[in-house]
Design a binder for this molecule. Structure first.
Ligand code: URA
Length: 235
């Protein structure tokens, strides 16, 4: 059993003070009855919470999509730079962390959560979760490089990357799909073939696509559908 105000706040409906206010005003219905007492406790597995006619389920985990801007680092705290968790500050109390890292100059889709087990699976090459990147580059992308990506490119430290995929968009733009997350991996794969990445944006993570309506720097919770598609990636 957990306190109703705590559960509501955890669900992202407002601060503890705000949700207490909603409760006192009679906005919250639990199992068909209006609850006015902020001391009220619920069973998160069984009780149905209705707010403004809409049914909510308490979830101890939070899952967020952030459209990361350049200049922000993929960490929880830092003395010098703004972090991706700073951009989602109302969720800091849930101990969220980024699922993997994007370089400081890389933009786009980053998932933050406090679900360590899911994060671990999403990052494991074992589960083959592909990440899709859009890149601009200097140099010439020769047709034969498409095969090189499929065969596995050997990067500067001698590591042979797992099979990946590239799609040419134009003379200096392509999509790259990888299922690992080695340090600077896309940049180093392109470098190994004589190209220099000048811009990098992640636009897909498994079946989830970067929400184009999400402004750079903005975030939102994953929809239930998005979360299910992430979890389905390794059933
Ligand atoms: N590959 C890179 O080189 N940088 C990123 O941020 C992500 C993948």
């Amino acid at each position: 059993m957990i306190r109703l105000d705590k559960a509501l706040s955890h669900m992202g409906l407002g601060s503890r003070k705000e949700v207490k206010n909603y409760i006192r005003k009679g906005y919250i219905v639990v199992n068909g009855e209006v609850v006015y007492d902020d001391d009220f406790k619920i069973n998160p597995d069984e009780d149905e919470i209705i707010i403004d006619g809409e049914s909510f389920k308490y979830d101890e985990y939070v899952y967020i999509m952030l459209n990361k801007p350049a200049g922000v680092i993929s960490a929880t705290e830092d003395n010098r730079y703004e972090t991706v968790v700073d951009l989602c500050s109302e969720y800091r109390k849930y101990n969220i962390f980024p699922v993997g890292r994007l370089d400081i100059d890389t933009e786009g889709l980053l998932i933050l959560t406090n679900d360590g087990e899911l994060a671990h699976k999403l990052l494991s090459p074992k589960y083959h979760v592909f990440k899709k990147y859009y890149t601009k580059f200097d140099g010439v992308f020769k047709e034969e490089y498409l095969k090189a990506f499929e065969n596995g490119i050997t990067i500067d430290d001698g590591y042979k990357c797992l099979p990946a995929k590239a799609e040419i968009i134009s003379e200096n733009e392509c999509y790259i799909y990888i299922r690992e997350g080695k340090f600077h991996q896309v940049k180093r794969m392109m470098q190994a073939l004589g190209m220099e990445v000048t811009y990098l944006e992640r636009i897909g993570f498994g079946k989830i696509e970067l929400d184009k309506s999400l402004a750079r720097g903005a975030h939102r919770p994953l929809t239930e559908e998005e979360l299910n598609s992430l979890k389905e990636a390794f059933i």
